[in-house]
Design a protein around this ligand. Structure first.
Ligand code: ZN
Length: 460
């Protein structure tokens, strides 16, 4: 008897320690359905203590998942049916697991009552998410707010969107060929866009690395256009910037100056710098994401170098990676892993498991980060990004107007930046599809978000 008992104990312990998650996530078993027999899926709560997903009983006694704010958190929360997406899917086992005390669980079992699964506390702030959603104002695009020092995502909105409450009813129309809006896609982490002039930070750093003794002497006289292999690359709206140095080129976002810098760059070491910043790389994340691409090789032509220097050509990035790069610059060159799951607590509040921030890598040196921060301050103080300025703190950032069609005037509007520049609390990235000029359209939205965030902090 003792031998049988000890054998069973060892078997269960082994299962608990090593095999549990494998068995649970194996689609061939119905463990999650079994869990749903005894446990309600736990709530999801914002960082400012607002319930953003909960399980309720319908009049006929059936359970349903309620999202009180409809589409506001659609792309991060996601949904469970129809294959699943977002946190609702990636965290479903934890939401269906209870860490209530043994006595609580035993009592519920004896009374044949279901217990509530653990509560997921997300890093997203309801107040900031709502504000960013309003700032997007129904336009196609995305806004991300992140803490550079930790990687916590404080807001992530994407439009067009969908209501996760009725995903099953909407499914056939969402996936029908007539729906070309891409509303299921989280544009923040899955949208791939030409980075445009937001890429110039990387070009500038590569130029400085390859020309440590002479970059301060860089000078370019901009007439509004630059000819490469017989094709003209213009500055935005054909503007002639006159004589600029390296910092001046970044401040005014002068395409000609960057194309000039690019012609002597080593495409392989440039690509390695991009890869240090996360291009062509994967990492694990709470929501689905796509890899950003920088594809120059040693046989790159003058035209390839020119296009790459201004974030056009074959280079594409997600707004999330752009936020991570900006955050790494803000954080002394250290890139943190972005995350949305702040903690799990049991329904009886006796258990808590908190996510610890994770360093992804030291992308660049602290002095290189300080050099870029200085340049990005100039952009907001005196250059194309002045509309992102805040009355609360010095903002450092970069605008971008990324051409996406050969027709004139077709630009995605970008801004990515952080504040305060000497003690960064938040990084903000704004992308408006087809929005036009980054300085005119995206930068003022970022400025509003900086003001809103710091006013909110002061009122606490
Ligand atoms: Zn120019």
């Amino acid at each position: 008897m003792i031998a049988v008992f000890v054998g069973m104990l060892i078997y269960f312990l082994t299962f608990e320690i090593s095999g549990k998650s494998e068995v649970i996530t194996n689609p061939l078993n119905n463990r999650t359905q079994n869990m749903e027999q005894t446990v309600f899926k736990g709530d999801v709560i914002s960082s400012d203590n607002v319930v953003i997903a909960t399980t309720q009983n319908a009049e006929d006694g059936t359970e349903y998942r309620l999202y009180p704010f409809g589409s506001l958190f659609a792309h991060t929360l996601g949904y469970t049916p129809m294959g699943g997406a977002g946190l609702e899917d990636s965290q479903k086992i934890k939401l269906l697991t209870s860490h209530n005390t043994f006595l609580h669980q035993l009592t519920a079992e004896l009374l044949n009552q279901k217990i509530r699964g653990d509560t997921l506390h997300v890093t997203l702030s309801y107040a900031l998410q709502s504000y960013c959603y309003d700032q997007l104002g129904g336009r196609n695009g995305t806004i991300i707010v992140m803490e550079p020092k930790t990687g916590k995502i404080l807001a992530m909105v994407s439009c067009p969107d969908f209501d996760p409450s009725s995903i099953e009813e909407q499914w056939s129309s969402i996936v029908s060929p007539e729906n070309t809006t891409g509303n299921l896609m989280n544009r923040g982490s899955q949208g791939l866009y030409a980075p445009g002039s937001t890429f110039k930070m990387i070009t500038l750093l590569e130029y400085v690395r390859e020309n440590p003794a002479t970059w301060r002497d860089f000078s370019y006289n901009c007439s509004g256009s630059y000819e490469v292999e017989g094709t003209v690359i213009g500055c935005h709206e054909g503007h002639a910037h006159g004589v600029v140095d390296a910092y001046g080129a970044l401040t005014l976002s002068c395409n000609g100056a960057f194309v000039e810098m690019s012609q002597s760059l080593d495409p392989v070491s440039w690509r390695e710098l991009c890869e240090d910043f996360g291009y062509n790389q994967g990492f694990s994340m709470d929501v689905q994401y796509k890899k950003s691409r920088f594809s120059l090789t040693e046989d790159a032509t003058a035209w390839d170098l020119a296009q790459a220097s201004i974030g056009q050509g074959t280079t594409v990035t997600t707004p999330l990676l752009n936020t991570m790069i900006t955050s790494a610059i803000a954080n002394n060159g250290i890139m943190m892993k972005p995350y949305l799951v702040d903690s799990f607590t049991s329904d009886d509040k006796t258990y808590e498991s908190v996510t610890q921030p994770v360093v992804l890598k030291q992308c660049i040196t602290a002095s290189e980060a300080a050099f870029l921060t200085q340049g990005m301050e100039y952009v907001v103080k005196d250059g194309s990004g002045y509309r992102a300025g805040s009355s609360f703190a010095q903002v450092a950032g970069k605008t971008g107007s990324a051409q996406y069609s050969s027709e004139a005037g077709r630009y995605h509007a970008w801004f990515t930046g952080f504040a305060p520049s000497d003690d960064p609390q938040i990084a903000v990235t704004v992308l408006i599809e087809g929005g036009g000029s980054g300085g005119e359209v995206a930068a003022p939205i970022a400025g509003n978000i900086f003001n809103y965030y710091f006013a909110l902090q002061q009122s606490k």
